[in-house]
Structure formats: structure tokens, C-alpha cells
Design a protein around this ligand. Structure first.
Ligand SMILES: [Zn+2]
Length: 185
């Protein structure tokens, strides 16, 4: 990991408090900067699908479960960033991120969404959908952390899902005492 090539003047790679290895601002970064390019292998959507499934199967039950490095480039191609020349793959997810991915002229960049202090950990929202959200617990530590890694568009729905689940659990516990009560569905 110490041999990771540094492809941006703004970054350094070291151990993270959020999760595993992280990427940090080596110098201060102003808002709207191309902080680092997310590079990787250009693959078709079909190959992308195959790799995602293979990775999930391989990592089942291990710590790296859910670590998917594939980014959408356009309608036809994705970028698989799981290569050693891509330190941006170590950037952690956060519910309150300071960067966001942006495709500019067929290249993926992480752009700063606000001013970032020297030494601050870089993060972006991984933008996962809600399928299997329970496999992607979030420990970003942000005040407004929603508990799982998913795009902000899904937060309202996620909160409902969590509430529903809590309710079901409560009902199930009650049901053990009073089996007469029928849960309405
Ligand atoms: Zn979070």
C-alpha cells in the first residue's frame, strides 16, 4: 500500500478512521477542484456485470464484502478501478462527503464539493442503490449518517425501510406473547 503511486498533488494514502485505508488531503483544497482522477480498466456493461457478481461471490462473508470498484463511465462502458495505479479506490464513502464523482470528457474525476482542510479525509457518496442495503452498513461517523451506504436520493425510502423493519421486529416479539394479533400487511 505504501507503494501506491500518487496520481494527484492533493492526496496522500494512509490508514483511515472510517474504514481500512483512506485518502487524505495532503494540502488544502478549494471547492470545485479536480482532486483526483478515478482511473481503471475500461470495460463493457456486460463485463462489468460479470465482475460484480464474481466479486460478491468471492468476498462473501469476508471483510471486503461489498467493495465494488466499478464506476459508470457512460451508457456503454464502465471503469473498473480495482487496479494498483488507482489510489482513488481507497477513498471511503461518507454520508456527509467532501467530494463527488463527475464524468468530464470521458474521464471520471472526484471533484471537491466544498473547501477541504489539509489532513482531512476525502470521501464521496458511493451511490449504491437499496438492493441488499443491509450488506453495506455505514460507519462514516457523520452527524447525519443514515447507517447504510446508499445514494442520498434513497434516504427517505431507507428510513421507511428501517422503521418498517423495527416495527416488524416489535410485532414479532409481541406475537410471541400474544399470538392472536395478526400483523397487517
Ligand atoms: Zn454514514
Amino acid at each position: 500500500m505504501g507503494r501506491e503511486p500518487i496520481t494527484s498533488k492533493y492526496i496522500e494514502v494512509r490508514e483511515s478512521e472510517i474504514h481500512g485505508t483512506g485518502v487524505f488531503a495532503r494540502i488544502k483544497v478549494s471547492k470545485g477542484k479536480k482532486v483526483i482522477e478515478y482511473v481503471g480498466e475500461k470495460i463493457t456493461k456486460k463485463e462489468s456485470e460479470r465482475r460484480s457478481v464474481a466479486l460478491i461471490e468471492k468476498n462473501l462473508g469476508s471483510q471486503t464484502e461489498g467493495a465494488v470498484y466499478i464506476f459508470e463511465l457512460n451508457k456503454r462502458y464502465d471503469i473498473d478501478g480495482n487496479i494498483s495505479g488507482n489510489p482513488a479506490r481507497f477513498i471511503n464513502h461518507s454520508c456527509e462527503p467532501n467530494c463527488e464523482p463527475n464524468v468530464i470528457k470521458n474521464r471520471i474525476w472526484l471533484i471537491s464539493t466544498r473547501k477541504i482542510k489539509e489532513g482531512e479525509e476525502l470521501s464521496f457518496n458511493y451511490g449504491f442503490d437499496l438492493d441488499g442495503y443491509e450488506d453495506h452498513e455505514c460507519k462514516c461517523g457523520a452527524k447525519k449518517c443514515v447507517g447504510y451506504i446508499t445514494s442520498e436520493d434513497n434516504w427517505a425510502k431507507l428510513k421507511k425501510l428501517i422503521a418498517k423493519k423495527k416495527n416488524k421486529k416489535k410485532k414479532a416479539e409481541k406475537g410471541k406473547k400474544k399470538s392472536k394479533k395478526k400483523a397487517k400487511e
